[in-house]
Design a protein around this ligand. Structure first.
Ligand code: NAI
Ligand code: MG
Length: 363
């Protein structure tokens, strides 16, 4: 039963960084005798050029039946003038919607050689490895009622509504416990139960699920404002942080800056579990976009895409050893002083995308 993988490189630097992942996949096939049932497809501008739509129904259907999707990045100036519904980004939005990707995973990992790129002191972040899990399809960005109205006296009044149901909270908390089991065994659930009803329900629901399904997991509750402070004060206290859409938006950007480089940030989005197979819909992608300013020059940093692939191995394919191998190779390459232009520092060796891939394969 080969694991099914759909690869969507997309536009700009997407195909350039994905090429380095494909080399690692080939290496694994040849040297470790693990092979995937791998298909490659078009998404974004590339699909618009070939088929007139950012994502065909066929590719959408493929995404729904594979074990995981590895995504590059979409968009670019060539398609900027298209109407909103036809833009490359719609391809990614359709994937997210139809796969019902409700859990967004944003790890913040600091490789020893990169600790000086952080906005914090080296000793605070060296060896940092935390995971922010953000609820992605509910909360204040979607709750009803919403809108702006003009009152009789001419005053304007804007409304957004935070709504969460127990199933929405349960499913994301369940993912948090699953992740913690494959990591450090600790979960911080973050809300503002002191001032928000959704926070009270969040805390109750997570506590109840922990009693039922959280054996062996250490659970802590923390207010979101305190969490922001703790992330900057002493981030290594965290393993998995699970929180709602709004707080997760802020806290994941804050955690990202602890690592210092856009070209090294992976992410994942997980969806519903298939009741019969237990398989979870999953899409892995770097946080960065298609970087049109550097596309076609072989200078993009492929590490965010490679780290996204390592996450895929760890969380969708349960291949811990292979995931460790990719991450260790990256650690060693950075320790040896190899850097793409975006993370270059005096005293290191500036290399191209391809040479970064060569060096990684050697490791
Ligand atoms: P961007 O992330 O593509 O680029 C921002 C800056 O970071 C640029 O200077 C770029 O050269 C640099 N950069 C990004 N990734 C890098 C890497 N791997 N190595 C070295 N340098 C890197 O964001 P921007 O410029 O706002 O958007 C460019 C295009 O990408 C737009 O069309 C946008 O819509 C699209 N985009 C797509 C995303 C996706 O596919 N998920 C996410 C964000 C933007
Ligand atoms: Mg944000």
């Amino acid at each position: 039963s080969n694991k099914k993988l759909l690869v969507l490189p997309g536009d700009g630097i997407g195909p350039e960084v994905m090429r380095q992942v494909r080399r690692v996949v080939d290496w694994m096939d040849k040297r470790r005798h693990v092979s995937f049932d791998l298909q490659e497809g078009l998404c974004g501008g590339a699909a618009i050029d070939a088929h007139g739509t950012p994502l065909t129904d066929e590719t959408m259907a493929d995404a729904l039946q594979v074990d995981a999707v590895l995504f590059g990045s979409v968009g670019g100036p060539k398609w900027d003038d298209l109407p909103f519904e036809q833009k490359p980004e719609r391809g990614l939005l359709r994937l997210r919607k139809e796969m019902d990707l409700f859990a967004n995973l944003r790890p913040a990992m600091v490789f020893p050689a990169m600790a000086d790129a952080s906005s914090l002191k080296r000793e605070l972040v060296e060896g940092l490895d935390i995971m922010i899990l953000r609820e992605l399809t509910g909360g204040v960005y979607f709750g009803e009622p919403r809108g702006v109205e003009t009152l009789a006296d001419g005053t304007k009044r804007a409304v957004d509504t935070q709504v969460y149901t127990t199933p929405e909270i349960e499913r994301v908390a369940r993912v948090a416990f699953e992740l913690a089991r494959k990591r450090g065994g600790k979960v911080h659930s973050v809300e503002k139960a002191n001032v928000m009803h959704t926070g009270v329900l969040w805390r109750q629901t997570v506590t109840k699920l922990h009693e039922a399904e959280g054996q062996g997991i250490e659970l802590h509750h923390m207010y979101a404002d305190n969490c922001a402070m703790q992330l900057v004060r002493y981030p290594k206290q965290f393993d998995v942080i699970v929180t709602d859409n709004l707080f997760g938006d802020m806290l994941s950007d804050c955690a990202a800056m602890l690592t210092g480089s856009l070209g090294m940030l992976p992410s994942a989005s997980l969806g519903a579990e298939d009741p019969t197979t237990g398989r979870r819909m999953a899409l892995y992608e770097p946080v960065h976009g298609s970087a049109p300013d550097i596309a076609g020059k072989d200078i993009a940093n492929p590490l965010a895409e490679l780290l996204s692939f390592a996450m895929l191995l760890r969380y969708s394919f349960d291949m811990q050893e292979d995931a460790d191998m990719v991450e260790t190779a990256i650690t060693n390459v950075l320790n040896a002083g190899f850097r793409t232009a975006d993370i270059y520092a005096p005293g290191t060796a500036k290399v191209s995308t391809t040479v970064m891939g060569d060096t990684l394969l050697r490791e």
